[in-house]
Design a protein around this ligand. Structure first.
Ligand code: IMP
Length: 170
């Protein structure tokens, strides 16, 4: 494995994203909705960088149902409270093909939040199979399989405080 994004660079970028989110919220309450498990570490650090009225909840989705091209996902653990009328920001670890996020945004829109935005720590734009809006992106990376800072390879390496590339895995 080789380090792709050092811990200090991660923390600096997360701080900047948190400040941007705080500015955009203009004092309105926001709900951060973390997608388990990969986003838990990003979510924890991001939330600490947001000033003002911020609450959190988590959702867990299955991997693709059926063919990968449909991108259909199922909710394994739903949010604890209604989203109606709230400013919601989905917090994801990485947007790769965009299929998971696209599907999740569709499901959450039906619950009528007053706004629905998305923050992703990482994005692999070259892998996109569908156009998906992402309002806050930490880093754009090449088509490499990465681990650390919550992201896993067979459940391993989530504990690394930095992002590393698993050579030969993509
Ligand atoms: P998408 O639906 O193709 O955008 O995939 C999204 C999900 O795939 C992410 O939430 C991750 O769980 C997983 N994933 C995609 N690329 C990577 C990677 O490089 N490392 C770890 N997980 C990844």
């Amino acid at each position: 494995m080789t380090t792709l994004i050092e811990e200090a660079a991660l923390q600096a970028r997360v701080k900047a994203v948190g400040q941007e989110i705080s500015r955009d919220a203009q004092g309105e309450p926001i709900l951060l909705l973390g997608v388990l498990k990969g986003a838990f570490m990003f979510m924890a650090d991001l939330m600490r960088q947001i000033d003002g009225d911020v609450t959190c909840d988590f959702i867990s989705v299955s991997s693709y149902v059926g063919t990968t091209s449909s991108g259909e996902v199922q909710i394994r653990k739903d949010v604890d409270s209604p989203l109606e009328g709230r400013r919601v920001i989905i917090v994801e670890d990485i947007v790769d093909t965009g299929l998971t996020l696209h599907y999740l945004q569709g499901i959450l829109e039906t619950r009528h939040p007053s706004s629905l935005k998305t923050a992703c720590l990482l994005s692999k734009p070259s892998r996109r199979k569908t156009t998906v809006p992402v309002d806050y992106i930490g880093f754009e990376i090449e088509d490499k399989f990465v681990v650390g800072y919550g992201l896993d390879f067979n459940e391993q390496f989530r504990n690394l405080p930095y992002i590393a590339v698993v050579e030969g895995a993509s």
